[in-house]
Design a protein around this ligand. Structure first.
Ligand SMILES: [Zn+2]
Length: 124
């Protein structure tokens, strides 16, 4: 199994309901996203061109960047927590990329600060 990882970042605001008083206040983060895809077979020595993964990922990240996440349809039924952001990125990538290719999303880690990270690992 091979796993590729790309890093990206975005800045956005959110409010978390029912967590703690501090998180319920409107605030922002400079999120760092570690995005991984994995697969077993290489083609011409690579799992997938990094540029293809980055292009698809950046389209998703652009839809989050400099936004108030609570207002986005993706989070109309869910708190835009780091956990939910990681899950959204994974599922949106799979939706756009299809699920029958040589690689699939293996994990998405979303850092909301230097010492706090939530990871989503798709279960198959
Ligand atoms: Zn927060």
């Amino acid at each position: 199994m091979y796993e590729l990882k790309v890093l990206t970042r975005f800045a956005a605001a959110h409010q978390l309901k029912m967590v703690t008083e501090k998180c319920e206040n409107l605030h922002g983060h400079n999120w760092k996203v570690e995005f991984c895809v994995a697969g077993k077979e290489l083609t011409s020595g690579v799992l997938v061109d990094f540029g293809i993964v980055k292009k698809q990922l950046n389209e998703i990240i652009d839809s989050l960047d400099h936004r108030y996440l609570n207002e986005l349809p993706a989070f109309s039924d869910a708190n835009p927590s780091s956990e939910q952001i990681a899950k959204y990125i994974a599922e949106e990538f799979e939706r756009r990329n299809g699920s029958d290719g040589a690689y699939r999303v293996s994990r998405v880690a979303v850092w909301e600060s230097d010492d706090a990270c939530a990871t989503y690992i798709p279960q198959r």
